[in-house]
Structure formats: structure tokens, C-alpha cells
Design a binder for this molecule. Structure first.
Ligand code: BV8
Length: 255
């Protein structure tokens, strides 16, 4: 189906679009995905790194993995896919972005309504008190410094401010994501393998509410059969064209 006919169908009614995005949207910004051929998990298993057990067992290894990602992130910029979502939001068509990514690139792309359901890699928080600080600076990321300690508790470790496997999501953020999905009549599913729960359950909830699902990926996922439309190819190329066409159609019909 052409982009033209898909966007024709999608603008038959006034849209409330919500986007659920994963690591694939940041690939073109240089951030490795988790499970693809160059996925950062390949040489490790998720449970070796992004779990409370792994951190308590080997905090140096886990911090080194996060520092390695931060060194890439410090050079990264949002790509056209991030900016396309900001454009849809500016036009008043997109309600918000639910991101599994912790890289902060959607915020740098100036999207206003974002729920970072898996936390933020640019912040480190104390394991034992509510101290939190940004650490996305060169010296922290570059130095093989000893384990970062909480300045307040002295000997408590700082940990990345992210949600690890086996940890619950922040309930306020999760509730907001669910509320947005319940309002959406179009759900964009962008660059996610659709395997990490509970986020992977959101497209199913949207479908149950009668929303149209549009998947953007370079390959099929468990969500492809659920989607009304699948646009295969790099989202940094397809999403900008999709957004421009949708905005144009929308303006013709409703403005
Ligand atoms: C919880 C933060 C409960 C850290 C991350 C069995 C069944 C179901 C669930 C479970 C189960 N066993 C365990 C669970 C629960 C578990 C889970 O889902 N496990 C899965 C793996 C089976 N979930 C949890 O533990 C969650 N918590 O359930 O808590 C609870 C309740 C009360 C009390 C205690 C506990 C917490 C999950 C959060 C984990 N944290 N990240 C960090 O980043 O360091 S997850 C991590 O995976 C990232 O956030 C990442 O975004 C996320 C999801 O992956 P994707 O984004 O989809 O990335 P991936 O590489 O997989 O895919 C990229 C896609 O992009 C691919 O499809 C690729 O084709 C595509 N792509 C690539 N390039 C492009 C592209 N597409 C378009 N254009 C391109 N250019």
C-alpha cells in the first residue's frame, strides 16, 4: 500500500496519534540497538548487565557498559525520525511519545510530551537515598574511575537512573503511558522488537480500543501481524516522509 493511500485512510477522521518507540529510532544516531545483528546485547545477555543482581554482583562491569554507551551518546544527535515526531506534535496531531529508550534524544529533538518508561541513562541515582545527578559528561564517561559513590551517603553506590529487568516501571509514568494509549486512535510503533514487557502489551491494548496500528521497522516483529500497516525500511528515512504527507492531508481536510 502506498504512503498516499495509508495517509488517506489515517486522516479519514481527526487523529489522536501516540508513538511507542524503541532502540531502532536511535540507531541512525549511532546508538546500537539491543537485539539486532549489531545489538549491544549480543556479546552479553541482558541478565548479565541490566539487572539489580548483575549490578550488585559486578558493579564495575555494569558501570563500564553504561560508560561505553555514554561515550557513544555524547557524540550522538537526534536523527530525522526523532524530529519527525516533534513535527507531528507541533501540528497538534501527536499526543505524545512513549519511549523505551533511555538516551534522551527525543527530548533533545524538542518533543514536549515524552514518557521515558525505562528511565534516563544521563542521570545516576543513589541506591539508598533520593540523591540524583546528571553524569553525561566526558570525565565521568571517559575516566576508568572508581565506582561512583553517593556524596550524601558516602559509601552507597550510585547507579544509572534506568529500569532494569526485574524492576518495576515507575507507576506514574506507566499510568500516563496507558492513559495516552487509551486515547489514541492511531498508534505508531517505531523501531522496537516488541519483546520487552510491559511496554510490548501497549499495542495490544490500543488494538482492543479500536486504534489503527502503524509499524515502522526494518524487519517483521511479533507486532507486525497485529498492525494495520507495516512500513518496512529505516525509520529515519520513512517516518519524515510519512509525517509530512500526513500533515499535508490533515491540513487539507481539517484546517
Ligand atoms: C517488569 C533500560 C515487573 C535499561 C530496559 C517473560 C514474558 C514476558 C515478560 C517477562 C518474561 N520474563 C521476564 C519478563 C519481564 C521483563 C521482560 O519483558 N523480559 C523480556 C526480555 C522477556 N520485563 C521487565 O523486567 C520489566 N519490569 O516486568 O517488572 C515487576 C513488577 C513489580 C515488582 C517487580 C517487578 C522492565 C523492563 C525494562 C528493562 N530495561 N532498558 C537500559 O537501557 O540499560 S529494556 C531495553 O530493551 C531498552 O529499554 C530497549 O529499548 C528495550 C526494548 O528493546 P527495543 O527498544 O525493542 O530494542 P531492540 O534492540 O530489541 O529492537 C530494536 C528494533 O528496531 C528491532 O526490531 C530492529 O529491527 C529495529 N530497527 C533497527 N534499526 C532500525 C529499526 N527500525 C526502524 N528503523 C531502523 N533504522
Amino acid at each position: 500500500m502506498s504512503l498516499d493511500s495509508i495517509t488517506n485512510e489515517l486522516t479519514e477522521q481527526k487523529s489522536i496519534i501516540v508513538a511507542v518507540v524503541g532502540a531502532g529510532i536511535s540507531k541512525a544516531s549511532g546508538m546500537p540497538t539491543f537485539r539486532g545483528e549489531d545489538g549491544m546485547w549480543n556479546q552479553y545477555h541482558a541478565q548479565d548487565l541490566a539487572t539489580p543482581y548483575a549490578f550488585n554482583n559486578n558493579p564495575n562491569l555494569v558501570w563500564e557498559w553504561y560508560r561505553a554507551r555514554m561515550r557513544i551518546l555524547l557524540e550522538a544527535q537526534p536523527n530525522p525520525a526523532h524530529h519527525a515526531l516533534t513535527m507531528l506534535e507541533k501540528e497538534g496531531i501527536l499526543l505524545g511519545v512513549i519511549t523505551q529508550n533511555v538516551d534522551g534524544l527525543q527530548e533533545i529533538a524538542k518533543t514536549k510530551n515524552i514518557v521515558e518508561v525505562h528511565g534516563r541513562i544521563r542521570y545516576a541515582r543513589c541506591q539508598d537515598c533520593d540523591f540524583i545527578q546528571r553524569w553525561d559528561n566526558k570525565d565521568f564517561a571517559k575516566e576508568k574511575r572508581k565506582l561512583p559513590k553517593c556524596p550524601r551517603c558516602e559509601d552507597s553506590l550510585l547507579r544509572p537512573d534506568v529500569v532494569w529487568f526485574g524492576e518495576p516501571l515507575n507507576q506514574i509514568k506507566w499510568q500516563k503511558a496507558v492513559e495516552w494509549v487509551n486515547q489514541a486512535n492511531i498508534l505508531l510503533i517505531i523501531g522496537t522488537s516488541g519483546v520487552v514487557h510491559p511496554v510490548a502489551s501497549l499495542p495490544w491494548a490500543a488494538k482492543k480500543n479500536g486504534a489503527k496500528l502503524v509499524e515502522f521497522n526494518i524487519e517483521e516483529t511479533p507486532l507486525t501481524s497485529l498492525s494495520d500497516y507495516s512500513l518496512f525500511g529505516p525509520c529515519e528515512q520513512i517516518l519524515p516522509e510519512f509525517s509530512e504527507t500526513l500533515i499535508k492531508k490533515y491540513a487539507e481536510r481539517y484546517k
